[in-house]
Design a protein around this ligand. Sequence first.
Ligand code: ARG
Length: 459
Amino acid sequence: MQQLWQGRFQKALDPKTNDFNSSIKFDSRMFREDIDGSIAHATMLCAQGILSAEDLKAIVDGLTAIRSEIENGTLAIDPNAEDIHTFVEGELTARVGAAGKRLHTARSRNDQVALDIRLYLRKACEALYQQLTELIGVLCKKAEQYADAVMPGYTHLQRAQPITFGHHLLAYAEMLLRDKARLQDAAERMNQSPLGACALAGTTYNTDREKTARDLGFSGVMHNSLDAVSDRDFCMELASTLSILMVHLSRFSEEIVLWCSWEFKFVELDDAFSTGSSIMPQKKNPDITELIRGKSGRVFGDLVTLLTMMKGLPLAYNKDMQEDKEAIFDAFDTVKMCLTAFIPMLDTMTALPENMRKAAAGGFINATDCADYLVGKGLPFRDAYKATGELVAKCIGAGLTLETLPLDKYKAVCDLFDEGVYDAINLDKCVRDRTSLGGPAPQNVRAEVERVRELNQNK
Ligand code: ARG
């Protein structure tokens, strides 16, 4: 493979150093974007009278053939090429001669690579957006199904107050809606064309940057040539968006791990999304969720790689920036793999409402409601809290629950209690009455499912 910088040099690059310098192993996946960008560039050059119609035709035909041959496997990408840009241009020139050598007029690999990454990530964002939409759809379906399933809500992983499983699932739907919004926002900000900024200082040719931007589906052009070739903030922004998403998936995964344990047994995963043990015949492990929890670290690592790589770089392009692709591609690949496993796993997961209910019946999660009952009888909340605390201590001592504690024991602590307390601490009622905005009452959950479904469809 010939190097691009002939003329100035007497020797080819040392072969091992060439391996070190090359990015072809990880940038060849952008071959389509590279070709799209080159076609748009050549088309513009021709429209501006910089390239002849014959040369344009040779370039477009040549590039189109190269694309389909790479796609169908008849053209192998040379692993010794410096990068995908060098490979495509070299291959084109080998096929069409002088026209191929004219393609790089008024362009540099610096604006070319900045363009290709944007085009590639634009598609990756769209695909991820679809996956998130699908995941939120599954959450809505499940939330609707389990709108009435009472379970304990936790703080400090201690049973705290009654909620429903549907409400719990919708909490994740809300997080994911924000992840979608962040993704869309970052993708929109990224959608400005750097093409035509050339190496760093634009060009003396009469180019039309607006045209290439339009033809490639950008919403505008980047207005500073130095910025256009040397910024990678879109990579950092996307990696941070993906990191936040992975935090959400990881927390959700951790909860599923807990819920699958015999200590909880709130859910059962489908066999197709669980694994066994090589020695313990009884085991059914939630490996998928553990892996997602583990892979979150990788995505955070990609973000830190990008931030660290960029933080001290002078303007404009520096070779350090070649490191951007492995990090941001890995982040997208990882998230995509995680979601590809997570969505059907969640879809086929069975909830066990009886077990949730059993857990909700222990742990005194209706203690706040008991105190609220006394408040209803005119007692200040702090006094009601103290009286209920004493009752809980009594129950624990006697191995009882608030439901099974006899009325005389209630009265011994506070004479405002009467038979009505048992209704007030009934778990179904406690949940049903939690209708405050954002609360877990089944009717709220059903209404919120509709709201989330609608937001999820908005583009
Ligand atoms: N492979 C390079 C990268 O990924 C392309 C740009 C190279 N430009 C240069 N002046 N060396 O960043």
